[in-house]
Design a protein around this ligand. Structure first.
Ligand code: PMV
Length: 347
């Protein structure tokens, strides 16, 4: 099949890890398995237009971010194309225009690499499928996740499913270091429509890029113990997802967040990515949880923002709590309401 030109468009959400991916080997192979909730509202929408070209010597693409050319993202895309060319041999035969935007505010401190790389991967897979129509749906999503992983590791968890495991864990059927898989076992209804309200504490540029961050785990004094711990935590989560024990869920999720930051604080060089308001928020959540027994908890990415996680049934009370007690710790009072979603959709 040959195709001269056309376009595809995908909307792809971000995700938030419960067991964190931190540390990797060559080829974006994770040092430990991770599991995430797929988000619903924080998304990247990417339109990929393609035109067959004569000269097939180089990758050729333009990048538009919110409608305007964006040169500084181009090296990352160039590197991505180089990595995935062996899987998509047609890449040099087309000129691409990548037209992308996020639903969350620009430079909100929310990383868009997961949703952005996954959105590009979905579009490229659509072209691959148009060129090779005989392809199962499973293969389509699996390969899309594999490609997304090569763009940004955590992006492979944004493709399909509400809870996604990435990284080989012997007791999770189908799990792989190469792509994310939908969590394959029973999930208790306590986790249905689980909520994630993202408190924007610091919208500044990241102090440490995730590439540098993952590298800090090489020769890290606690690396091996940490990688083993991630396996143990994921193992415990399998039963917690099934039995719905939110108290145990909270222990693992908060410990994972603090461990991620502990790894950064104990690496060489060392970093503190939390801000005073991050700690204020954590302490306020703990106090509220003690007083009300409502199972609200936090998690963190490699930054100062706080993800507040809670069951859907407690939404009203928690949103009120956030307005009353947490908004003042957010930069310009900003926060984003999100919840578990299903993954990428073609639009
Ligand atoms: O996907 P990367 O390389 O940007 O790494 C992301 C790492 C964390 O967000 C800190 C944790 C995770 O598992 O998403």
């Amino acid at each position: 099949q040959t195709i001269e030109n056309g376009h595809f468009q995908w909307s792809v959400p971000s995700n938030i890890a419960l067991v964190k991916y931190w540390g990797k080997k060559d080829n974006q192979i994770p040092a430990n398995p991770s599991v995430s909730f797929t988000l619903n509202n924080c998304k990247t929408i990417t339109k990929l237009s393609f035109d067959k070209k004569q000269n097939t010597g180089n990758f050729s693409f333009d990048l538009l971010f919110e409608g305007k050319p964006k040169e500084d993202f181009k090296p990352k895309i160039q590197k991505f194309f180089e990595r995935i060319e062996i899987y998509l041999p047609f890449l040099k035969e087309y000129h691409f225009t990548i037209d992308t935007e996020n639903t969350f505010p620009h430079s909100s401190g929310i990383a868009s690499s997961a949703s952005g790389m996954a959105a590009l991967a979905m579009n490229l897979m659509s072209l691959e499928k148009a060129l090779n129509p005989v392809m199962s749906e499973d293969y389509f999503y699996q390969k899309a996740s594999l490609l997304a992983r090569l763009g940004s590791g955590s992006a492979c968890r944004s493709v399909k499913g509400q809870m996604v495991v990435w990284g080989n864990q012997t007791n999770i059927k189908g799990s792989s270091d190469l792509f994310g898989v939908e969590f394959p076992y029973a999930v208790h209804e306590n986790f249905k429509n689980y909520q994630d309200t993202i408190l924007l504490v610091d919208k500044g540029e990241k102090q440490v890029s995730s590439t540098v961050g993952h590298d800090l785990m090489h020769n890290h004094p606690f690396a091996e113990r940490r990688f083993a711990q991630a396996h143990e935590n994921l193992d415990e989560l399998i039963s917690i997802f099934e039995n719905g024990n939110l108290e145990e869920f909270i222990k693992i999720v908060e410990s994972e967040a603090l461990t991620l930051h502990a790894m950064m604080m104990t690496s060489m060089p060392y970093y503190i990515l939390m801000k005073p308001n991050t700690l204020e928020i954590i302490n306020t959540i703990w106090k509220f949880r003690n007083e009300t027994q409502i199972p609200v908890c936090f998690t963190l990415d490699a930054g100062a923002n706080v993800h507040v996680l809670y069951p859907n049934k407690d939404k009203e009370k928690i949103l009120q709590f956030i307005k009353d007690e947490l908004v003042d710790f957010c930069q310009n009072g900003q926060y984003l309401c999100d919840e578990i979603g299903n993954g990428a959709i073609q639009i």
